[in-house]
Design a protein around this ligand. Structure first.
Ligand code: SF4
Length: 102
């Protein structure tokens, strides 16, 4: 039998981890911060987020990741996968590639 160890990235990608986070951190900004933990990103991923000015909290209520065509919600509904950034983002996030989901 092979011993299998989950990496932090795998744990973060598993939606059930986020369900417990509000209780641990006491505010959801800490939770949404985990959607895109810089410690887990490659330089390319970080560069892409900076180039597209990704933010965990959109300044425009009408333009958030959860209404973007490139967003797929995760099980926890706090974070989801972004096709453009190729990784997890906050459902309340935003970047300059935002496009309204049809
Ligand atoms: S393309 Fe930008 S706005 Fe759309 S889901 Fe990805 S990060 Fe959010």
């Amino acid at each position: 039998m092979t011993k299998q160890t989950l990496t932090r990235r795998q744990l973060l990608r598993h939606g059930s981890v986020f369900a417990a986070m509000p209780a641990l951190y006491g505010c959801d900004s800490a939770v949404t911060g985990l959607c895109s933990d810089p410690d887990l990103m490659s330089r390319g991923e970080e560069h892409m987020r900076k180039t597209l000015r990704y933010t965990e909290r959109s300044d425009n209520a009408g333009q958030t990741c959860n209404s973007c065509q490139f967003f797929s919600a995760g099980a926890d509904r706090l974070c989801g996968d972004c096709q453009i950034l190729n990784g997890w983002v906050s459902e309340q996030g935003y970047c300059t590639s935002w496009a309204l989901r049809a």
